[in-house]
Design a protein around this ligand. Structure first.
Ligand code: HEC
Ligand code: HEC
Ligand code: HEC
Length: 137
């Protein structure tokens, strides 16, 4: 009797905890961490494939677009180097190529504007409370 009465309420508690966790995750995702300012270096493949590391000026972009445009609608995971971005995808209008298509922003043929990092730079966040932009590292 006791046990069967306790079960549904435990389930309710479980559901409550689950929704609190969802809320907490949403909250944690909200405040901009280091990337609100600064730049993201992406060098998962670039140098191995013979081009310079990519500098993505996060601050420059985030003042122009809402977080959700990139981190929800375009599906960029919020982790430096955490996306498996291929040049082919960009040229086919995915990831950076959603905007860098010669229409909304300059196109994928401007290699040096994205592959602007100095050789040897590793993937991660660089810079402080301002963007340094392409070619500064
Ligand atoms: C124009 C697209 C764009 C916009 C807008 C944008 N981001 Fe990002 N963000 C990125 C990309 C790209 C990365 C790096 C992903 C990678 O390296 O694969 C990134 C990385 C991050 C990271 C990871 C930092 C780390 O330490 O690894 C966080 C946190 C983040 N963004 C938060 C935000 C927040 C908060 C906003 C809004 C204020 C925002 N972003 C707006 C594209 C964007
Ligand atoms: C809008 C920004 C942007 C432009 C412009 C751009 N790239 Fe990329 N490229 C990237 C990003 C981001 C990656 C993923 C970086 C990584 O994982 O190291 C990448 C990856 C690459 C890679 C690694 C291998 C692969 O296939 O993914 C090569 C090679 C490459 N780009 C060559 C080029 C060349 C050549 C041009 C000019 C014709 C160019 N890129 C223009 C952003 C750009
Ligand atoms: C939501 C649209 C959007 C996405 C996604 C996007 N960009 Fe951009 N980006 C822009 C716009 C708009 C500009 C400004 C273009 C101009 O000034 O003509 C820009 C400018 C830049 C600049 C030049 C910044 C400066 O200081 O002038 C770089 C470098 C750049 N983007 C790299 C990237 C890379 C790398 C990615 C993918 C990781 C990316 N962008 C994804 C819209 C986007």
């Amino acid at each position: 009797m006791r046990a069967s009465a306790a079960r549904p309420s435990r389930r309710r508690v479980g559901r409550l905890v689950a929704s609190l966790l969802v809320a907490a995750t949403a909250f944690v995702a909200q405040p901009p961490l280091q990337a609100e300012y600064a730049d993201v270096v992406i060098n998962n493949r670039s140098e191995k494939e013979g081009v310079r590391p990519v500098i993505f000026p996060h601050w420059f972009h985030r003042v122009r677009f809402r977080c959700k445009v990139c981190h929800f609608e375009l599906g960029f995971k919020m982790r430096a180097g955490g996306n498996d971005i291929r040049m082919n995808d960009i040229s086919n209008g995915r990831f950076c190529g959603v905007c860098h298509n010669g229409d909304l922003a300059w196109g994928a043929e401007r290699c040096d504007l994205c592959h602007s990092g100095k050789p040897g730079l590793t993937t991660g966040i660089r810079g402080g409370h301002e963007t340094m932009g392409p070619g500064r590292y």
